[in-house]
Design a protein around this ligand. Structure first.
Ligand code: FMN
Length: 192
């Protein structure tokens, strides 16, 4: 029985393209039997990492803000879907700030040698990435490299991605039935 699939929305546009694809992915996960939750990163005001080194001593981030409410859900989730628009060839600042704050998980694993909590089914965590960009043929490689580095810290397997370039206006992705279907299937695959 699949456990929690957590969607992290990294765009400030609630009716934007990555948000719509994330909803489809979470619908697929729900149809696959998972419990789903969605977090709007921009509403939780997660500040960037301040590199204070506090987490190197305890494994916990010492900065008190929205991150503290997300981390338990991240660690509880069997699978995570990160959705972020491409901003200057990388992730949105909202998504990147959140990822940087996961430095406390890096500290747990590589400095303190503490294992992360196991998933509900004992299998490795699974993850997927969703992104859109305004310019046709723009490369997503920078954003993907960041996501994969984050997932190594989270000890999660990268199951796949939905990427669409040449989509700029908020909600334009709704006209791309193929992308919506791909996102649904990706979400469902996370529960398999
Ligand atoms: C700050 C900012 C930076 C952007 N940088 C890029 C970029 O480097 N390349 C690109 O193709 N589109 C870029 N875009 C366009 C968005 O990636 C595009 O509109 C995307 O579909 C937005 O997704 P959303 O609706 O989920 O927010 C940028 C948009 C903003 C607001």
């Amino acid at each position: 029985m699949p456990g929690l699939v957590l969607g992290l929305a990294g765009s400030p546009r609630r009716r934007g393209n990555t948000s719509i694809l994330l909803d489809r992915a979470l619908a697929g996960a729900a149809d696959g039997g998972a419990r789903v939750a969605r977090i709007e990163l921009c509403q939780l005001r997660v500040a960037p990492c301040i590199a204070c080194g506090g987490c190197f001593r305890s494994g916990a981030c010492v900065v008190e803000d929205g991150f503290q409410s997300i981390l338990p859900q991240l660690l509880e989730a069997d699978a995570v879907v990160l959705a972020s628009p491409l901003y200057f060839l990388g992730l949105s600042g909202w998504a990147k700030a959140f990822i940087d704050r996961c430095q406390c998980l890096w500290a747990r694993r590589y400095i303190l040698h503490q294992p992360l909590p196991p998933t509900s089914d004992g299998r490795p965590r699974r993850a997927a990435f969703i992104s859109t960009a305004g310019t046709p043929s723009v490369p997503f490689s920078g954003a993907i490299a960041t996501v994969k580095a984050w997932l190594r810290t989270l000890d999660a397997r990268y199951l796949g991605q939905v990427l669409r370039a040449g989509v700029d206006a908020a909600g334009a992705i709704s006209g791309d039935a193929g992308a919506l279907e791909e996102a649904y299937r990706l979400g469902r695959a996370l529960t398999g």
